[in-house]
Design a protein around this ligand. Sequence first.
Ligand code: UD1
Length: 416
Amino acid sequence: MGRYRIEGGYPLKGTLTIRGSKNGILPVLAAVMLTEGETILHQCPFIADVFLTMEVLEQLGCRVKWQGRTVTIDSQNCISTAIDSKSVQKMRSSILFMGVLLGRCREAKIGYPGGCEIGMRPIDLHLKAFRKMGVKIKEEKGLLCCDGSRIVGKKINLDFPSVGATENCMLLAAKAKGHTTIYNAACEPEIVELQTFLNKCGAKVKGAGTDCIHIEGVKKLHGTEYSIAPDRIEAGTFLCGAAITKGEIQLKNVCPNAMRQVLLRLGEAGCVIKEGKEEIYLKAPEKILPVSKIHTGPYPGFPTDMQPQFMTVLTLAGGTSIISETVFEARFKHIGELCRMGADIAVEGQTAIIKGVKKLHGAYVSGKDLRGGAALILAGLAAEGETVVENACYVQRGYEQIEKSLFSLGAKIFLE
Ligand code: UD1
């Protein structure tokens, strides 16, 4: 399975270029299946979720060719409207293929999606919106069998601004007949990225980045050439790594505006931060300061995907901080492991009370999900002695060779 071995106590120092975004590329790859032709994507990260999505595209009839970080996908042929349950269970974002297969072929057969175990992660919002747009959905032997022969644009009101449900509705509506409006839409930068990509392929989408998105369905979408935006969560993770190790780093290929909450909170924790248009410099304080209460929330709130890493930084603060997790109900699995390393964190329901300690010590710990695994690596970088983080596979879902990036910044970390 793989594990990281870390010798703690080395500050992160130097310059790092951030890769293309995981959560940006996954919906774009699904959207490629809506097009007929050739799409060229630049800045693709080499991460497990991307490789899995490529496998799904190939199963559906696409031809995929890699050349460095550029991938060319020929989506002229669609040979299947079914996705095997194995692929779907490995990855939450595979549910987006429901929208694209229905958009393109008017039918889809797909299992329930998997992904990290960070809560219930139902898909009721996706299904409710699809039904409203005329999709008939039956469950047969654990598969969702969808008939989209009567898809029409509608007014969709999401009960929660779900990222995945917003993306799925955009994908389906891009090729549905008529006009769709999504109210209470998610506003994440990845939604804007999907709109930009779809429009480059000939779709008519506007409003992404606000809570109301308008889509005028079109008959056909064509291929295009597109470069994936940088990963704001990868960037935030390295900034937290520098903060917790008393380091000083410069990140290139970042979008500071998409990271506003994390940058503000790192500033509150005492870090010196300077921003360029596509660069961020961070110098850690001698002692991390506690921060006022953080609530995770939909964008532009504090990202749930940064909660475990930021909590890890706060374990070494000179006082007590509080974090409430409001997006996923089971996203505190790293806490028990952090406590094994000497952290002092109490949990009351969805709230964690983090009392800063003088130091963390190395321990044998186990990642339980992607961001929680990354958080344990950060703890290991700051801890005294050796830390082993088991279950590298979770981290590899979303970080490309994190050990190499950290090593290049002076950390002593090895994948074994
Ligand atoms: C996406 C991101 C993930 C991030 C999350 C929130 C990708 C591939 N993943 O996940 O990294 O943590 O956004 O920023 O982009 N919900 C329902 N019913 C639904 C759909 C969602 O109740 O039909 C709930 C979820 O259980 C969760 C909340 O809504 O509690 C947010 O989920 P959602 O925004 O949909 O996250 P994902 O798209 O799965």
